[in-house]
Design a binder for this molecule. Structure first.
Ligand code: GLN
Length: 240
């Protein structure tokens, strides 16, 4: 099983090292973690992590390298986890970007405010509850308690406008000390900072910058389950 980390820009090295540790902790011995820069490398992977960094810059490199359409195809079929800029890049719609917008992979049905928490000087850390149902296997094998340290750097947030779109599940919701003023006179008092839709996972925070490997373990588990299910389908096809 090969887990790719998009390595065009941003904090990919930390993800590579955390994914290796997480795979070892879960006992997934056949997991290979590789850096991805081209469509050929991408198509050799069974799952992909898109790191934090600068989403406009990442989009620009992907367009120049003709990677965007390959990423869209990949996200239709395989597990993908986007952190921070990666989350922005995966969203279907964006608030707070330049007029005319930026190019997006766009496969996840969420609206993300790009710099919701402000710029670099407004970066912060906070303690949050782990999504316990999703962490059941991770907790059993890796341990670590009911909370995790969430690091937000020029962080985006998912705007929770009414009910989530079909299949979207909010895994972590952050209540704001002060209601934030949005455009058009709207205010919000909470935002989602981790979510899942089908095989796509997104987090606005950076687990790769803490010593906690549990979010990476969750993704390795999702990637492994997807591979096992795929193998099962393949074998059933062969028998038929
Ligand atoms: N807000 C940044 C962007 O627009 C993302 C910041 C990050 O990944 N740490 O891309």
């Amino acid at each position: 099983m090969r887990i790719g980390v998009l390595a065009l820009q941003g904090g990919f090295a930390e993800h590579v090292s955390h994914l290796r540790k997480a795979a070892a902790a879960l006992g997934v011995s056949d997991a290979e973690v590789v850096e991805v820069r081209t469509s050929e490398e991408l198509h050799c992977c069974d799952s992909l992590v898109i790191p934090g960094g600068e989403s406009t810059c990442m989009a620009h490199i992907c367009t120049t390298n003709d990677l965007l359409r390959h990423l869209r195809e990949f996200c239709d079929e395989k597990p993908v986890w986007g952190t921070c800029a990666g989350m922005i890049f995966l969203a279907k719609s964006i608030q707070g970007g330049k007029k005319g917008g930026q190019l997006l992979i766009g496969n996840m049905d969420i609206t993300v405010n790009r710099n919701f928490f402000g710029n670099q000087v407004h970066s912060f850390e906070t303690s949050m509850q782990t999504p316990s149902t999703h962490f059941a296997e991770v907790d059993a094998k890796v341990g670590g308690g009911e909370s995790f340290r969430a690091v937000f750097i020029r962080a985006p947030a998912i705007i929770m406008d009414g009910e989530p779109a079909d299949g979207v599940e909010y895994l972590s919701v952050l209540r704001l000390d002060q209601a934030a003023q949005m455009g058009e006179g709207r205010t919000v008092s909470e935002v989602a900072v981790a979510a899942k839709q089908g095989n796509i996972l997104v987090t606005a925070f950076h687990p790769e910058l803490t010593s906690d490997i549990r979010w990476h373990a969750l993704f390795v588990q999702i990637a492994r389950d997807h591979c096992v299910a795929g193998k099962g389908k393949g074998e059933a096809k062969q028998k038929a």
